[in-house]
Design a protein. Structure first.
Lengths: 489, 333
């Protein structure tokens, strides 16, 4: 058995860790685990979950493909921060039994996971969870009204790092330096295009323009009139809300409805013309999935959303439904919104309770069996394997398909000296996966997940950019960092 | 070989297939042998030749599929250029290299690649050589007193190779100097170096100057005005310039300065996968004809098709050929 104990939590967890070893040993002695199965177990104590997330404290992930001649192998993931001492043994036994049952492995035929499945196993990027996420952004105002707090308040720091005045000022100074350099080289274009994708309330755009205007005046450079600031968002309502924050700069601003996954589609007329593009906390909210390499083979992590039976029964009772009616009711919620209920407030309540209760179970599927079209667009298996030459031998990692797609469809907008800045929660090096794995979390009604910066770096290199990461140094304790591009020779 | 009026040609590179990229990188990882890679290159070049012929291009190249990029193909053959072989991770990366002493005269052996091309096509064949100015920008100069001096010595070595190409049957040779656009002030000595390069070379000499195509994106922006009038001193027969992506505004320079050269006019934008229609190509050629007589116009892509998927590159070449046919028909030729 391999015990992967890489993550070192801040609080003491020795008791929990000892409990895990003892529990596994006793499960073996009681015959709940076969000797061979025990020997091939891989137990990961490296999970770092958001406070609100999709996983139980202990989950067992079976591999859908049996190793030659032997029993199926399992991975056990334990979140020591959530797992209560004393409860581990039971949780582990139940998870193992469910996993055994899932892949039809005797000798302990027990019912499958005690749950109401909401979908079939599939890559996370196509999971129903992302439909909930989409509904949240479509109905943000209603959610905020219902919960009584704005979405920024749900962020770990209670506000977005995007709007930190120091960070904005430094960003503006960098841009001003670029423009001055262009002027020195007699390459100053008549119009300086700046694009922000995902504008929130428009606060950052407003701060940026205020600061740039002030700096331009202080230095007497007269660049400000050339600035064409494009605020891009897929929500017309969000763009409308952002106008108030930039009302002093309306001459400079355009408001563009665009899909963060493919800005080029909307802005193809600006191909190679934009000097600066900025995104904050956009990539962490785009569909993604996870993969793992075990014993030299690649596996896709497939997920299935479910409601624990107890929760399903409770919600059904509260909303006067039978548990069997729940999937259909959820489907209608995702199609038409909370108006599916005659009383919209009840509809909001149903939505929030289902979302809070929703969990994900997992299984590993050998990537050898994956058709190329099942992989994220632009990612080829052999290229991924080449990238992984720099990764630890056994590694689970994010494949941020949405971020990759967005990244690939944003870079062609950059001018010859243009640069992209992305502020987000990044895993910047493959080796960081040895120090813990951050699973997806729930941020109010949306999904948040860490972004595999190492994968973006490789993608950028093929597109002619070097990617660098700088920690966000303006707020102590911030987990965000800044990705920025430079031209690659 | 008789060419039609407004012949079509390519700038050099053809679509680099993903499988070939992987195999080239495999070679650098020492997982396949040089012998195997050479055989793979031979087959890829034959396919590129066939595609260009099938599209109906009049003057073709070998697609430059043997080249990792426009620099290293020459730099690693140049005696006296020190190559840091560890500096390349992906085949397309540039080597880090330096010059620490005077460059010796020695053949580079690229004429063999031209012979291969020649032996597999009946079409007019062109060979492209990266110019000394561009090569100088990739070499860390630790010996020569100036970039100009290094470039001049590179021209001396490459001149020998150009003559070898002529001996091998090359009648059209294109010199690629895209870095002129990034370093316009260098043109004062760049043209002198160019003339030294082509001195005594008995072939039609074209010089290709674009705004960069590294990773399929432009490296610089600006106007071709910087070329004039200095470029008029160049002892070349054809200027090959980028107009499809940038628009035809700079064509006016040909009216203003009346250069004696043929114009290889870029009518295909290689930085987008959107395939031009023949009518769009015809319109771009007609625009060029407002400034240059038809007898001196060659229709070409803006630059190499290296970064385009193969089916897109092929479709673009077909559109280019058809567009030229439309204009010829209008001219009654």
């Amino acid at each position: 058995m391999i015990l992967q104990w890489n993550h070192l939590p801040r609080k003491s967890s020795a008791a929990s860790a000892q409990d895990i070893v003892a529990s596994l040993q006793s499960l073996l002695e009681e015959g709940c685990l076969e000797q061979e199965q025990f020997a091939s177990l891989c137990v990961h104590l490296d999970w770092i979950q958001y406070k609100h997330n999709f996983r139980e404290a202990v989950i067992v992930v079976p591999c859908a493909e049996e190793k030659a001649g032997g029993p199926p192998f399992f991975e056990v993931h334990v979140d020591l921060r959530q797992a209560g001492p004393g409860a581990l043994r039971t949780a582990m036994m139940q998870a193992l039994e469910a996993a055994n049952s899932e892949i039809g492995h005797p000798p302990h035929p027990t019912p499958k996971l005690d749950c109401l499945a909401l979908e079939d196993f599939q890559p996370f990027r196509t999971s129903i969870a992302w439909r909930f996420n989409r509904l949240y952004w479509q109905r943000l105002a209603e959610w905020e009204e219902s919960t009584g707090r704005g979405y920024e308040e749900a962020l770990p720091g209670g506000k977005s790092d995007a709007n930190h005045p120091g960070a904005v000022a430094d960003g503006v100074a960098d841009f001003w330096t670029l423009v001055r350099d262009l002027e020195a080289k007699q390459k100053l274009p008549a119009e300086l295009y700046v694009l922000e994708i995902g504008v929130g309330m428009g606060k950052r755009a407003g701060l940026w323009l205020d600061r740039f205007q002030k700096l331009d005046q202080e230095r007497g450079t007269n660049y400000y009139p050339r600035v064409r600031f494009l605020l891009g968002d897929y929500s017309p309502a969000t763009l409308e809300r952002s106008k108030a924050a930039v009302r002093g700069h309306m001459e400079q601003c355009s408001f563009v409805v665009l899909d963060a996954l493919n800005p080029l589609q909307t802005l193809s007329f600006l191909r190679h013309k934009v000097q600066h593009i900025h995104l904050t906390n956009v990539y962490d909210n785009l569909p993604d999935e996870e993969m793992a390499r075990r014993d030299g083979r690649l596996y896709l992590v497939e997920v299935r959303a479910y409601l624990p039976t107890g929760e399903a029964e409770r919600i059904a009772k509260e909303f006067e439904l039978s548990a069997r009616e729940l999937p259909r009711c959820i489907e209608r919620l995702l199609e038409v919104g909370p108006e599916h209920f005659a009383d919209r407030a009840r509809g909001m309540g149903f939505w929030q309770q289902v979302w809070a209760a929703m969990r994900l179970e997992e299984r590993l599927v050998c990537a050898d069996d994956i058709r190329p079209e099942e992989l994220p667009e632009g990612l080829e298996l052999n290229r991924l394997e080449a990238m992984l030459s720099e990764a630890p031998s056994d590694v689970r990692f994010h494949v941020n398909s949405g971020a990759l797609e967005s990244f690939r469809n944003t870079l062609p907008l950059l001018s010859t000296r243009g640069y992209l800045q992305v502020q987000d929660i990044f895993v910047t090096r493959w080796n960081e996966y040895q120090l813990g794995f951050h699973g997806p979390g729930k941020l109010d009604g949306s999904i948040v997940n860490w972004v595999n910066g190492a994968l973006l770096r490789e993608t950028a290199e093929r597109a002619g950019y070097d990617v660098h990461f700088a920690p966000f140094r303006y707020r102590e304790g911030s987990h965000t960092s800044m990705l920025y591009t430079t031209q690659r020779e | 070989m008789t060419l039609p009026m407004i012949p079509t040609s390519v700038v050099g590179s053809y679509s680099m297939p993903g499988w070939l990229e992987r195999l080239k990188t495999e070679y650098f990882a020492r997982r396949i042998s040089r012998h195997d890679l050479d055989e793979i290159h031979d087959n890829a070049v034959k396919a590129a030749i066939k595609d260009q012929e099938t599209a109906g291009v009049d003057v073709i190249t070998d697609g430059e599929l043997r080249r990792d990029n426009m620099m290293d193909y020459f730099l690693e053959r140049l005696p006296g250029v020190q190559i840091d072989r560890s500096s390349k991770k992906f085949y397309y990366d540039f080597y880090n290299c330096s010059v620490q002493g005077k460059l010796p005269m020695a053949p580079l052996g690229v004429a063999d690649d031209f012979r291969f091309l020649r032996s597999f096509t009946e079409h007019e064949a062109k060979f492209c050589v990266t110019g000394p100015h561009a090569l100088t920008k990739r070499i860390h100069n630790e010996f020569y007193p100036s970039e100009e001096a290094l470039a001049m010595d590179l021209a001396r070595v490459l001149n020998l190779e150009l003559k070898e190409l002529v001996k091998a049957g090359a009648r059209v040779i294109q010199i690629d100097e895209p870095y002129y656009s990034g370093f316009p002030d260098d043109l004062t000595w760049g043209v002198k170096v160019l003339n030294a390069l082509v001195e005594g070379v008995d072939a039609k000499i074209a010089v290709h100057i674009c705004y960069g195509n590294r990773y399929g994106k432009p490296s610089w922006e600006g106007s071709y005005r910087y070329l004039f009038p200095r470029i008029l001193e160049a002892k070349v027969h054809q200027l090959t310039l980028e107009f499809a992506r940038r628009g035809g505004e700079d064509l006016d320079l040909f009216r203003e300065f009346q250069p004696p050269f043929e114009l290889g006019v870029g009518v295909i934008d290689v930085k987008t996968q959107a395939v031009e229609t023949p009518d769009m190509v015809a319109e771009r050629i007609r625009k060029a004809l407002e400034f240059v007589p038809a007898e001196r116009v060659v229709a070409m892509p803006d630059c190499g098709c290296f970064h385009l998927p193969r089916h897109i590159a092929f479709a673009k070449l077909c559109a280019m050929v058809e567009g030229a046919r439309i204009v010829r028909k209008e001219l009654g030729r």
